[in-house]
Design a protein around this ligand. Structure first.
Ligand code: BEZ
Ligand code: FE
Length: 286
C-alpha cells in the first residue's frame, strides 16, 4: 500500500502509466505531469480556482466547431503557438510564425506577376524576392503558398455569406530558374482574433486587446527542404509591437517602399503597384 501525500503523488501518477521505456510519449507525459503538479503545489490552487480552469476549458470545447478551434486561439494568445514556432525554426532558416485558422491547401495556382487582388481597392503592393537555401543558393521551382486579409482586415473566407469567394486573395506561385517570385496584391489591414468566446474573456480579464498587426501568410515548400510556415509584417504599422498572438519577429518585418508611376520594376506585373517590399525566404534542408 502506497502512502500518498502531495509530494509522493507525482511519482505514483507517472508510474501508473505503462508507456514504453525511452519513448517520446513517456517523456512528454511524465514531464507534463511533473510540471502540472509543480504548478498546483506552487500556486496552492484552491478547489474554486481548479474548477474555474476546468470550466474555462469546457467552454473552449463548447464554442469550438470545425471552423473555430478555440484551443488553438488559446494557444496563440498564451504564446504557446509562438513558442512551438520558435523552437522548431532551424538555424539560418526563415523564422516560423502563425498558421492561423484561414489556410486552404487548395489555393489557385498563379503565374509570376499576377495580381491577387483583382477588382479590389486599396494600396496595391508588389511582393518580390527570392527563395534560397541556408548557403544562399537560389531555389528554382519552390512553391510560395500565400493567403491574406483584404484592405479592411477581412479574409474573404469569413465573408462567404456576403458573396465573397473563399479562394480570393490567396494563391500558389512557383519561383523561376533564379529562385525569384513576384506578384501584386492589396495591403492588408490589422484585424482582431475572435474575442466573443472564453479566450476573449481571458483577454479582457488581462486588459489585453485582440488585434493582430497586418500581415501576409506564407507556406514555402521546396523538394528536399523543410517547409516554412511564416508571416511577413510591415515596418511602422499598428500593433507591430504588441500583436495579440506574438507572431511578429524582427526578421519578418519588411519595409514598404513607394513606387512611382512608370518606375522600372525590373519585372512585368499585371497591375501597377503603389508600393513594394522585398523579402527573402530561406529554407533549411530536410
Ligand atoms: C490569423 O493570422 O489569421 C490568425 C491567427 C491567430 C488567430 C486568429 C487569426
Ligand atoms: Fe492572418
Amino acid at each position: 500500500m502506497q502512502s500518498l501525500n502531495q509530494f509522493t503523488l507525482t511519482e505514483a501518477v507517472k508510474e501508473s502509466f505503462k508507456t514504453e521505456e525511452g519513448s517520446r510519449l513517456k517523456f512528454l507525459l511524465e514531464t507534463f505531469i511533473e510540471h502540472l503538479h509543480d504548478y498546483t503545489r506552487e500556486t496552492n490552487l484552491t478547489h474554486q480556482e481548479w474548477m474555474g480552469v476546468l470550466n474555462f476549458l469546457y467552454d473552449c470545447g463548447k464554442i469550438s466547431t470545425p471552423e473555430r478551434h478555440e484551443f488553438i486561439l488559446l494557444s496563440d494568445v498564451l504564446g504557446f503557438s509562438a513558442l512551438v514556432d520558435m523552437i522548431n525554426t532551424r538555424g539560418g532558416a526563415t523564422e516560423g510564425s502563425n498558421l492561423g485558422p484561414f489556410y486552404l491547401d487548395d489555393a489557385p495556382v498563379k503565374n509570376l506577376g499576377d495580381d491577387l487582388a483583382t477588382g479590389r481597392e486599396g494600396v496595391i503592393v508588389m511582393a518580390k524576392g527570392t527563395v534560397r537555401d541556408i548557403l544562399g543558393k537560389p531555389l528554382a521551382g519552390a512553391i510560395i503558398d500565400t493567403w491574406q486579409a483584404d484592405a479592411t482586415g477581412t479574409y474573404p473566407i469569413q465573408e462567404q455569406e456576403r458573396g465573397q469567394d473563399k479562394y480570393d486573395l490567396r494563391g500558389k506561385f512557383t519561383t523561376n530558374e533564379r529562385g525569384e517570385y513576384w506578384y501584386t496584391t492589396v495591403l492588408p489591414k490589422p484585424y482582431t482574433v475572435p474575442y466573443d468566446g472564453p479566450v476573449g474573456d481571458l483577454l479582457r480579464a488581462g486588459n489585453r486587446h485582440a488585434w493582430r498587426a497586418a500581415h501576409l501568410h506564407f507556406i514555402i515548400r521546396a523538394a528536399g527542404y523543410r517547409d516554412i510556415t511564416t508571416e511577413v509584417f510591415f515596418a511602422n504599422t499598428d500593433y507591430i509591437d504588441n500583436d495579440a498572438v506574438f507572431g511578429v519577429r524582427k526578421s519578418l518585418i519588411a519595409a514598404l517602399k513607394p513606387v512611382k508611376k512608370g518606375q522600372d520594376l525590373g519585372v512585368s506585373v499585371q497591375r501597377q503597384p503603389d508600393a513594394m517590399f522585398e523579402f527573402e525566404f530561406v529554407l533549411a534542408p530536410e
